[in-house]
Design a protein around this ligand. Structure first.
Ligand code: FES
Length: 116
């Protein structure tokens, strides 16, 4: 990481359903709110590159809407281990604003979801 913090949204305005998709410096980012705070992962399933953000979050994991793989938001880990883990991005709160740190370089083709 390279100190490329991107402001996202005020913490007080975060959606009630506990997730938000955003495009930050070219990256597709899914931010989820868990019991222990906010977590950000690449919004791309590691199975067949579907957008994850239209999936449901249950018990701290996002479920891929295409084939049902589940990824733990706090770690990016694929539950069950069938697919690679998700890339994670650091999250911080600065003066009430949620910020996400993304790499300086834009995502490669293998990190961009297919349905966008
Ligand atoms: S594309 Fe996500 S489980 Fe297949």
């Amino acid at each position: 990481m390279s100190d490329n913090w991107q402001p996202l949204i005020a913490e007080s305005e975060f959606p009630e359903d506990g997730k938000l998709a955003a495009r930050l410096a070219g990256w597709y980012v899914l931010i989820g709110r868990g019991e222990d705070g906010f977590h950000a992962v690449n919004d791309r399933c590691t199975h067949q590159a579907s957008l994850l953000s239209s999936g449901r979050i249950r018990r701290g994991a996002i479920m891929c809407p295409l084939h049902g793989a589940r990824f733990e938001l706090a770690t990016g880990r694929c539950l069950g281990g069938a697919y690679k883990d998700l890339r994670q991005f650091p999250v911080r709160i600065e003066a009430g604003m949620i910020e996400v740190e993304v790499p300086d370089s834009p995502p490669g083709m293998d990190e961009i979801p297919v349905s966008v």
